[in-house]
Design a protein around this ligand. Sequence first.
Ligand SMILES: [Zn+2]
Length: 254
Amino acid sequence: MLIDSHCHLNDPRFNDQQAALIAAAAQAEVSDYVVPATTASSWPAIHQLAIDYPGVHPAYGLHPWFIDQHDRDAMTQLSHWLASHPAVAVGECGLDFLRPNRPQQEQLFAAQIELARDCNLPLIIHAHKALDRVIQMLRQFPGITGVIHRFSGSLDQAQRLMDLDFYVGVAAGITDTRQAKLRRTMAALPLERLLLESDAPDLPPAGVTAELNAPEFLPLTLTALAELQQQPPAQVARQTSLNSQHLFNIHASH
Ligand SMILES: [Zn+2]
């Protein structure tokens, strides 16, 4: 069975079709999901999904894209929420230097790294055009772990993250043969440090004509990764699921 380590099952674009999405994904051997939040307003819906579906594992955080929407006391709210709602990670948090408010992004990210450390939870990190700064900030908090989701950096950056005990999220970008650099990087990284993710509803794998990505397409990313790693798909499925279980301390639902 596969674990989708990053899936926005609560996304409004899914139009409350979660039961059908999860049923279709089960046919494709996807049994479990880590569902990261982006704003405080999404926390209750994710909590409810985890009650309704045993394969859903919530993460709560404040995404850098929504700096303008987060309340001034959002970090206090997050800390209170995490104290009373089960979670497998803090996230989705991080830095995106293609978006505005860099000082506020860094402040919010640092606060969430600290909270993850205090709660003894891993981090789910969004890093876009900001990976070196993310690595620099993570270095200031020894002992923390997590994943850089939808990793698109260099082999050198991946190495520095692995040295910090971080994992690398592998999304459908690798199914696109035009992404030669990313594919070379994913071919060279140790399988023990890779997590499979859909990032649905964004980023459908190459060849999928549906408008929205869905977790049922995760096997396409698995197949591409198995080819790049020159390993049997079953082995890649087994190891990446073990990696997710280990990082997020989850027991797969099937
Ligand atoms: Zn995401």
